[in-house]
Design a binder for this molecule. Structure first.
Ligand code: CA
Length: 357
């Protein structure tokens, strides 16, 4: 236990020391080099009849079967890779702490302000301005191609990683294999993430042991999970590789993620309400007609872009609640992270950076 505690403090120390943005992508740095730490680049099976040595746990054997039959992985090579992974107990503990909380306060206590103030700070905004200025052309190109405006992409990358400052120090293969094989509650989900991660490493020619990310396996500037990489990541700088640690690829990938989840070009995100509706359920997944909300005492402060059905959002401002009409684009932001606070922080951070430019 003490060893784990020391380990965690070392991790925190390393994270704290590494606030400078690295100019090199680990994918670029490690792609195709000859000194492979994991012992292998994953490759297609050239010799399916190889003998199998000491058995792994049953779920790992099943996983290897799946990777061999579905993706043509070399069994022995994959066994070697999995045998070199480390089980990270602290990852399991952290994941348990992240389990969804139920219930919310019935009196305002400032929960939204506390959340928002983690991101929208005087010291954070200039970093967002720098990022926006540096990648202005690419942000504009993403808007042209996908219809997702710069403030949303800047907001996402800002909330996720402080524009690349904190992209995670955990070996992704350790995190994902720990959760796939030692965390029954989410084993199915994480074994699929591990699958997509290994396929990504093979396709991109990167040693899986060279890539670090969050304790849950999220990667790069926009903290994409491997399944999101597989479905939505794009080669936005057209260098022939999809690299989530490359800010330009990350910008295009975030934009494509949003477009794929229903982002509507030029449409509003949310509109503040005049009035209070204390008896109504709130949250990004609620659905109300405008008439129902009007009867409850709410009026939009500006046009609702022609929407007749909206969600009702409630922000805890400390001494009162603020109500908002959530429009379809707000819902799309929650597809990145299923939280009203998260989506509102992304949007408002992006707008605050835009104002600060
Ligand atoms: Ca690229």
């Amino acid at each position: 236990m003490q060893r784990i505690a020391i380990f965690i403090s070392i991790i925190l120390l390393l994270t704290a020391c590494s606030s400078e943005r690295s100019s090199t992508s680990p994918m670029k740095e490690h792609r195709g080099h000859t000194n492979v730490k994991g012992g292998v680049y994953l490759e297609k099976d050239h010799n399916p009849s190889e003998t199998i040595s000491s058995p792994l746990a049953i779920d790992k054997e099943k996983f290897i079967d799946r990777m061999a039959s579905k993706h043509g992985f070399n069994r022995q090579q994959l066994r070697n890779v999995l045998a070199q992974t480390n089980k990270l107990d602290w990852v399991i503990n952290l994941m348990d702490k992240q389990a969804p909380k139920t219930g919310s306060s019935t009196v305002p206590n400032g929960a939204w302000l506390r959340y928002k103030n983690k991101f929208i700070t005087p010291s954070n905004l200039p970093r967002g301005v720098d990022f926006w200025n540096q990648y202005q052309k690419e942000l504009q190109r993403a808007y042209n191609e996908y219809g997702v405006p710069p403030e949303i992409i800047v907001g996402i990358i800002g909330v996720e990683t402080g524009w690349g400052r904190v992209m995670g120090k955990t070996k992704i293969i350790d995190a994902l294999s720990t959760l796939a094989f030692n965390y029954p509650r989410r084993a199915q989900y994480f074994s699929e993430e591990l699958e997509d991660f290994l396929v990504m490493c093979r396709d991109e020619g990167v040693d899986p042991f060279d890539l670090n990310g969050s304790f849950a396996g999220a990667m790069g500037y926009g903290q994409f999970m491997p399944s999101a990489f597989r479905r939505y990541a794009v080669d936005f700088n057209h260098d022939g590789h999809i690299d989530l640690w490359d800010p330009v690829d990350a910008i295009g990938s975030v934009a494509n993620y949003f477009k794929s989840h229903g982002w509507q070009r030029g449409k509003k995100v949310a509109v503040m309400a005049n009035g209070q509706a204390p008896s109504l359920d709130t949250g990004f997944s609620t659905k109300y007609s405008i008439e129902t909300l009007a009867k409850a005492g709410l009026k939009p402060k500006s046009s609702l872009d022609g929407q007749t059905q909206v969600s009702l959002l409630r922000l805890d401002m400390g001494d009162s609640y603020q109500f908002w009409y959530g429009l379809p684009n707000f819902y799309t932001i929650t597809r990145y992270n299923h939280s009203t606070h998260y989506a509102m922080a992304v949007w408002q951070l992006g707008l605050a950076v835009k104002d600060a430019r």
